[in-house]
Design a protein around this ligand. Structure first.
Ligand code: B12
Length: 215
């Protein structure tokens, strides 16, 4: 698909999201998958870009909070529609716990990351938004995952992420932790987090590369 068509699909999807038209969003996603057959491209070129635009429209008061909430809900339903394609990969014995830190309600990017693990055969435990630290630690004790993936969208939550990393390292010093999310998009804050076996990845391609190397 050429760049003009990609741009058209993204704008079409954005317009359908703003008008709250779930059916149309689903059809655009379906058509895109038929033509490209790439979950990563659907997620980033179409959906992530549309949500970044939604963020800017919302920030400049061009759309309401309600429209933005509706857009998130539609996107979550579109991600769930892809499950049969994601789940078809052969399984490895690797497991990952995937969670947002406390007070972090942005879970869409994290869900995309979760699906990349699944596409690569990992068993995932998606705990989603606002996971209490105590619960995360206790769940990790039970599941003993190969990796914990944590998402952070709000820059001011960085101290919360750091606290969680320290708590995990205190209990399981060798635990591999993968971090990422919007909070690191425009700066290099992740470089502050210099801990043993804590890695940052910015997007789906780099995360997939990291997962393949990890195995
Ligand atoms: C939808 C949305 C919401 C929804 C979230 C619903 C949901 N179910 O997730 C709701 C309404 C809850 C919300 C609330 C708020 N939001 Co909001 N929100 C957004 C919006 C529009 C889209 C977020 C999104 O899904 N993006 C698309 C995903 C796919 O992109 P992504 O998260 O970057 O993920 C990619 C990478 O970062 C990476 N990645 C993500 N996670 C991980 C994890 C790992 C391990 C790895 C390796 C990689 C990785 O992979 C993904 C694929 O490429 C953004 C705008 C934007 N620019 O994104 C604002 C935005 C994130 N929100 C913002 C703000 C300020 C808020 C509020 C504080 C607003 C308020 N005053 O109440 C609250 C905070 C609530 C809370 N405590 O968390 C700011 C954050 C600024 C900042 N960096 O600090 C943004 C950027 C808007 C803006 N321009 O100001 N929001």
């Amino acid at each position: 698909m050429n760049n003009d068509l990609k741009q058209n699909s993204h704008l079409e999807f954005l317009n359908a999201l703003i008008s709250g038209n779930r059916k149309m969003c689903s059809e655009i996603a379906q058509k895109y998958m038929n033509e490209n057959d790439s979950i990563k491209a659907l997620y980033e070129i179409i959906i992530r870009n549309a949500l970044y635009d939604i963020g800017e429209l919302w920030e400049s008061n061009k759309i309401s909070v309600a429209t933005e909430h509706l857009a998130s809900a539609i996107v979550e339903s579109i991600l769930n529609e892809q499950y049969s394609k994601i789940n078809s990969s052969p399984k490895t014995p690797k497991t990952v716990i995937v969670a947002c830190v406390e007070n972090e309600f942005h879970q869409i990017g994290l869900k995309m990351i979760n699906d990349i693990f699944e596409l690569n055969g990992w068993n995932t435990y998606f705990l989603g938004a606002n996971t209490p630290t105590k619960e995360l630690i206790s769940f990790a004790k039970t599941m003993q995952p190969d990796m914990i993936a944590l998402s952070l969208s709000l820059s001011f939550n960085l101290p919360v992420l750091e606290k969680i990393i320290l708590r995990i390292k205190n209990e399981f010093p060798e635990q591999v932790i993968l971090i990422g999310g919007q909070a690191f998009r425009n700066d290099n804050q992740h470089k502050r987090l210099k801990y043993n076996k804590v890695f940052y990845q910015p997007d789906l391609n780099s995360t997939e590369f990291f997962i393949k190397k990890f195995i």
